[in-house]
Design a protein around this ligand. Structure first.
Ligand code: SF4
Length: 380
């Protein structure tokens, strides 16, 4: 499974559970943890719940019992990613920049592109993934606000993904002056830690994330399923480009489960074409069509795993049962529908980080901390 869907992560797959226990027990370390959107709709399966059970509150509670100092949310950084990515998309669209712009949240496919399509390296957005943006702001913005020396902060990620372990170790992802993300634990590994500690998951209370890196909108939740990053980017880009309020935030055209989908969205007289692909075989086909000029699109979202991160290689095993992936996807959409705010640029904590620290999207500071580069790579 992991090798099939995560060819990059498989090269470096290893468990950091021991290191995480060590830093939790080290009184000199301030250990913050972030949880990816797809983890909350799958971890319950490890403890007897049906696929698609939303376990956000119990997940937060479990992490607190395990001893993490702050329980933050990758979703906050997903909203931040949209700020930077939607800004970049608007710039490219309005100023004749390189199109299509590819979303860059999935390290599995980014590495695939670097190996297999090096001539397309200008396409991806330079915005880092939410995991890496989180690490960069945790060791700068949060460190300043909390008055903690960033050398004492340890960032742990709970991810549905094996490739995220590889991503955290990429040399260029040290914008904070330190390794931005220290350890990545998968959903299954977290379940092992919870069992190892003797915690009764089902009996845990529902708790809330800490702030300032814990608040998020529905746009961040949908990062966990195929089509979600494109939809979240459109929610913000639409309002920024047109200057008008977007009524219906659900872009049905980019939703669904076909391996490759091409959708057309009208934005101020321009028909914006969006391509969405999930599963590396489908991704290859879409990229080959674009390289050969057979498909013209403005934005592309690519996820290496079937269904996106809900079907990630670090999630509870789904054994190829796509019904499980669908139920997790429906849970993600339900969380989004129930959020009072569903557009990233309306997240109050996001507004605050720009006011207090980053200035505006793609400012010098934002560029330094939140953007990256891609390289042609050889297989090891
Ligand atoms: Fe990781 Fe999600 Fe990409 Fe799969 S789709 S490789 S889980 S980021």
């Amino acid at each position: 499974q992991c090798v099939a869907v995560c060819p990059t992560g498989a090269l470096v797959e290893r468990s950091y559970i021991d290191q995480v226990w060590d830093v939790i027990e080290d009184p000199k370390k301030h250990v913050v943890v972030q949880t990816a959107p797809a983890v909350r709709v799958a971890i319950g399966e490890e403890f007897g719940y049906e696929p698609g059970t939303i376990s956000t509150g119990k997940l937060v509670s479990a992490l607190r019992v395990l001893g993490f100092d702050k329980i933050f949310d990758t979703n906050f950084a997903a909203d931040l990613t949209i700020m930077e990515e939607a800004y970049e998309f608007k710039e490219r669209l309005e100023n004749g920049g390189y199109l299509p712009m590819l979303t860059s949240c999935c390290p599995g496919w980014v590495k695939f592109l670097e190996h297999q399509f090096p001539e397309l390296l200008e396409m991806p957005s330079s915005a880092k993934s939410p995991q890496q943006m989180f690490g960069a702001v945790a060791k700068t913005y949060y460190a300043q606000k909390a008055g903690i020396d960033p050398k004492d902060i340890v960032v742990v990620s709970i991810m549905p993904c094996l490739a995220k372990k590889y991503e955290a170790n990429r040399e260029e992802l040290r914008g904070s002056g330190y390794q931005d993300v220290d350890y990545v634990i998968t959903t299954r590994e977290l379940a092992d830690m919870i069992r190892e500690s003797g915690i009764n998951f089902q009996n845990l209370p529902e708790e809330e994330y800490d702030n300032p890196l814990g608040e998020s909108t529905g746009a961040a939740d949908i990062f966990g399923r195929t089509g979600g990053v494109a939809e979240a980017a459109l929610r913000t880009a639409y309002e920024w480009i047109t200057g008008e309020e977007l009524g219906n935030v659900e872009f049905e055209a980019v939703r669904g489960y076909e391996g490759v989908r091409i959708a057309e969205v009208g934005i101020k007289g321009t028909k914006v074409k969006v391509g969405v692909a999930h599963g590396l075989g489908n991704v290859r086909k879409l990229l080959e069509d674009i390289r050969e000029g057979k498909t013209e699109v403005h934005m592309i979202e690519v996820m290496a795993c079937p269904g996106g991160c809900v079907g990630g290689g670090g999630q509870p095993y789904h054994h190829g049962d796509f019904n499980i992936i669908k139920r997790r996807t429906e849970a993600i959409n339900k969380i989004d529908r129930n959020k009072p705010i569903r557009k990233s640029h309306e997240n109050p904590s996001i507004k605050k980080i720009y006011e207090e620290f980053l200035g505006k999207p793609n400012s010098e500071k934002a560029h330094h901390l939140l953007h990256t580069e891609y390289f042609e790579r050889e297989w090891l």
